[in-house]
Structure formats: structure tokens, C-alpha cells
Design a protein around this ligand. Structure first.
Ligand code: PGA
Length: 242
């Protein structure tokens, strides 16, 4: 819940020329109110648009909700589903998340499914159980070919907005578990094709070490995406190194 339309326009106008030539796939995920304005700016570039949430019905009497076709209409090709803030503050469960994932896929929106453990769950050694449950219930009834279209975001809840990042090795271990689960539950090809990204206090300082891990395919950036210059540094981490 950051940025007015004017803020979003200003931020995107300043970051766009600096990231659009990069081979990294960039998806901008502003609040609903700024979606169309951002779509207008990025039109014709390789940069893509996503939303922060979606409802599973296509239309009807669901006051206040936004459907997958509405997001497509606003220019989205991605949508974040099951972010821990949606789960924590708004009562979302793996069951509702599963309906959102299925509805998004049906409408050609690529869901970015967020899963991750709380600090307490981590300390109790339950991380892998939480991940397994999130995958089992969140991806229920989906087929392997549909799974290849989705992105999984491993987001340890204790690392979101806290300045505490999982160590690159810890993150890699969870990603490895997720990929292994995909292989066992579906097939090797799906597990290799699916993109697994990390989120939780990613900055321009730690992106290199995270991306150096073999199982980390990308990053979901929260706080550090609110300023064009820090976001640009993250996207261009490889170029900066050369
Ligand atoms: P953060 O947020 O990068 O500020 O930790 C990540 C997120 O909101 O998913």
C-alpha cells in the first residue's frame, strides 16, 4: 500500500530507461490504483506489469474485489498470490490461495505464489513442513503443464520488511526443497522449468550473493523497490559487477 498514481508514474519514469535494456525479466507490481498508469508508461517495452492480489471469481456481486479478467484488462500479465501480509492481516489460507492460483492461470495471468515460514515456525524446525503444505494445498489439482507457467516465491515471513535476510545458503536450501518437491510430485522437467524466486529484505547489497546460489532464479523486492535508484541497482546487479 505504497504510492499514489503520481508517485508510481515518477518512479517508473525514472527507472524504466535504466532497466528496459537488461536481459533480466522485470515485473513492476504497483497497487491496483496505479496499474493502468504504469501500464501506459511501460507499453512497448519488455518490462511487465503485475498486481498484488486477485479474487478468484470472474465477475459478479463481490464488492471491492478485482477479478483476473480485470487485471488483464489493466495490462497485467502477473499477479502475486498469497503474500504473507494477505495471509496474516486478511485471513487468506492455502485453500483460498489455491482458488486464486487456478483462476489466474485460467485467465493467462502468471501467479507468483508466495510461501514461507514465520520466525516461530523456523525456530521450531517446521520450515520444510510449512513449505510442503503451502505447495500441496496451494497447487492442489493443478497439472504439470500449468505449473510451468507459475512462479514460486520463497518468502520467510521473518525476513519481510525486517532487514533480516535469510542467508543465501538458508534460502538456497528452501529453494532446493521446493524444486525437489516439484520433481517428486510432478516430473524433473517441471522442476527444472519452474522459477523459484526469493523475497525478504533483498537489497542492492545482498542481491549478488543471493543470485549466486544455484537454486535462486530471481527476487521479489519490497521496500527496496520503492526508490528507483535502489531498484535499478538490484536489477542491474550483474552489469555493476562487470
Ligand atoms: P521486503 O518485502 O523486500 O521489504 O522485505 C518483501 C515483500 O514484501 O514480499
Amino acid at each position: 500500500m505504497n504510492m499514489t498514481i503520481a508517485d508510481a508514474r515518477k518512479t517508473v519514469n525514472s527507472l524504466l530507461p535504466l532497466v528496459s535494456g537488461n536481459e533480466v525479466e522485470v515485473v513492476l507490481v504497483p497497487p491496483f490504483t496505479a496499474l493502468y498508469a504504469v501500464h501506459d508508461i511501460i507499453r512497448g517495452t519488455k518490462v511487465k506489469l503485475g498486481a498484488q492480489d486477485v479474487f478468484w471469481e470472474e465477475s459478479g456481486a463481490y464488492t471491492g474485489e478485482i477479478s483476473p479478467p480485470m487485471l488483464v484488462d489493466a495490462g497485467c500479465s502477473y499477479v502475486i498470490v498469497g503474500h504473507s501480509e494477505r495471509r496474516g492481516y486478511f485471513g487468506e489460507t492455502n485453500i483460498s490461495v489455491n482458488r486464486k492460483v487456478a483462476a489466474s492461470l485460467k485467465n493467462n495471468l502468471c501467479p507468483i505464489l508466495c510461501i514461507g515460514e514465520t520466525l516461530q515456525e523456523k525456530e521450531e524446525g517446521k520450515t520444510l513442513d510449512i513449505l510442503e503444505n503451502g505447495l500441496l494445498e496451494g497447487l492442489k489439482d493443478l497439472k504439470a503443464d500449468q505449473l510451468r507457467e507459475i512462479v514460486i516465491a520463497y518468502e520467510p515471513i521473518w525476513a519481510i520488511g525486517t532487514g533480516k535476510t535469510a542467508t543465501p545458503e538458508q534460502a538456497n536450501e528452501s529453494h532446493l526443497f521446493i524444486r525437489g518437491w516439484m520433481k517428486n510430485s510432478f516430473d524433473r522437467e517441471t522442476s527444472e522449468l519452474i522459477r523459484i524466486i526469493y523475497g525478504g529484505s533483498v537489497t542492492s547489497e545482498n542481491i549478488d550473493r543471493l543470485m549466486a546460489q544455484p537454486e535462486i532464479d530471481g527476487a521479489l523486492i519490497g521496500g527496496a523497490s520503492l526508490k528507483a535508484d535502489s531498484f535499478v541497482k538490484i536489477v542491474n546487479y550483474r552489469i555493476r559487477k562487470e
